[in-house]
Design a protein around this ligand. Structure first.
Ligand code: PLP
Length: 460
């Protein structure tokens, strides 16, 4: 198919698993999305479990195919994590990258083995480092000198070994939103100007006998569409590996982070994981050859490209406001509380009316807005849809990454539920929050107890 023709296709038709059923409704692996949306009057996150598995396998298989040494995938759980996702990773024999005590807790609850967990974070607390070392995590990605000092203390006190990779900043200006570019000059992430002092410092902290230097990590940012940025980074990292070799430090492992972008709108092309991994591997092999460095074991940490396109969000349309000729408002039953990316990064999305897939009525432009008390609570600035009516089901595509994980209870809207869809079947993997959940953390100080009617149910 011609590239231009592909660009004009609706995003859903480029993603596997979607079809239009006999009722004219959009379905995912045979599950009617209008039916799913009707299970609640709140939004619903829907994940294509098969697509998540397929994406993980694409990474694993491409790494095996294109890289001659040991390789591993650590899913970046900040993109989306709950217990079911943790269990799925375990089934697929994929590791997990956690960057907080909470993510580590869920990984532990999913019984992911310590050797399959790596820990990130630019400001890890002593409590987080202690939890990681106690669990026996084999790799902590150290971000700075202070953390190295803290880890020296933690491992010495616990008398437990821990492997480390150091996060360096290769300073590559990638094309993405500035809030998710992480290897820019003066980034808050990683060793920076002081990278040359690392060998001397390592000497000192490794002397405690518990800290084991394993290698180097870098992460350029997120939603990156060109592999050439990684090639540029690998040139710089190659220099650094040669520098470390000169100082007698052998880099056994190189962790290239995540970052591969996905398709959000109809004209975006769906990224090719296989090709992306091929370019990275070939470049690394070439770099090591040119610098006369032994090939390190290779790790990747994809997040968005695993779950992003695999997710969609179902909304019901409520209010319609007929505006001027160019703007009509359609308000949905969710918004910035379940998808902050639009307000935070001016992210663009596309969607369809799942119950009007075969409509031949002339389309009109709509602004899709949420129900929060913010003018900026916009989901889609401008989209052409068949005339909308209250009760229509609006599906937004590619919402699997950084939506549930960035969700809030603003205006006290409860978190939506989450459903995993398989071939002809679906399972709730998180129920939606109840109203009681919204006050479950509250405590009532005694001086407020003069009004017994406000007592929490559980305290009665
Ligand atoms: C250190 C690190 N690794 C991996 C990722 C995952 O990136 P992405 O979801 O773009 O693949 C992130 C997210 O920004 C990150 O900070």
């Amino acid at each position: 198919m011609e590239a231009q023709e592909k660009d004009r296709m609706s995003l859903w038709s480029k993603l596997n698993g979607y079809s239009i059923n006999e009722k004219g409704h959009l379905a995912l692996h045979g599950i009617d999305l209008v039916h799913l949306a009707g299970l609640s009057d709140r939004p619903l996150y829907v994940f294509d479990e098969l697509a998540i598995r397929e994406n993980l396998r694409l990474y694993k298989n491409a790494l095996k195919l294109f890289y001659p040494k040991s390789t591993s995938v650590f899913y970046a759980s900040k993109a989306f994590l709950n217990l079911a996702m943790g269990l799925l990773l375990k089934q697929e024999e994929v590791g997990i990258d956690v960057c907080s005590e909470g993510e580590l807790f869920i990984a532990q609850k999913a019984k992911i083995l310590p050797q399959n967990i790596i820990m990130h974070g630019n400001n890890k607390s002593e409590r987080e480092l202690t939890a990681a070392v106690k669990y026996g995590i084999k790799r902590i990605i150290v971000d700075n000198f202070d953390e190295l000092t803290l880890l020296e203390k933690v491992t010495s006190e616990l008398k437990r070994e821990c492997g480390i990779l150091l996060r360096i900043n290769p300073e590559v200006e990638v094309e993405t939103h500035k809030y998710i570019a992480t290897a820019v000059k003066e980034s808050k992430f990683g060793f920076y100007r002081d990278q040359d002092r690392i060998p001397e410092y390592l000497q000192k902290v490794c002397a405690n006998g518990y800290i084991k230097f394993k290698g180097i990590h870098f992460h350029l940012g997120s939603n990156i569409h060109k592999a050439s940025f990684y090639e540029e980074a690998l040139d710089k990292v190659g220099e650094y590996l040669a520098f470390l070799k000169n100082k007698g430090r052998c880099v056994e492992e190189l962790n290239i982070g995540g970052g591969l972008g996905i398709a959000y709108e109809d004209h975006d092309s769906v990224p090719d994981i296989h090709h992306f991994v091929k370019v990275l591997c070939e470049k690394l092999i070439l770099t090591c050859k040119m610098k006369n460095i032994d090939l390190p074991d290779l790790m990747l940490e994809p997040g968005r490209s695993i779950v992003g396109q695999a997710g969609c969000t179902l909304y019901n349309i409520g209010t319609i406001k007929e505006g001027s000729e160019s703007v009509h408002y359609a308000a949905v039953n969710g918004g910035m509380t379940d998808n902050l990316r639009v307000a935070l990064y001016q992210a663009k999305y596309t969607g369809v009316l799942a119950n009007k897939m075969t409509s031949s009525v002339k389309k009109r432009p709509y602004k899709i807005v949420g129900k929060c008390c913010e003018t900026g609570d916009i989901l889609i600035e401008n989209i052409c849809l068949p005339p909308c009516a209250a009760g229509d089901v609006f599906v937004v595509f590619s919402t699997g990454a950084y939506t549930h994980s960035l969700a809030s209870n603003y205006n006290k809207h409860p978190f939506p539920g989450i459903v995993f869809v398989r071939e002809g079947a679906y399972d709730y993997v998180s129920r939606e929050q109840s109203l009681e959940d919204l006050i479950s953390l509250d405590k009532i100080p005694p001086h407020l107890l003069d009004r017994p009617e406000i007592l929490l149910d559980k305290d009665k």
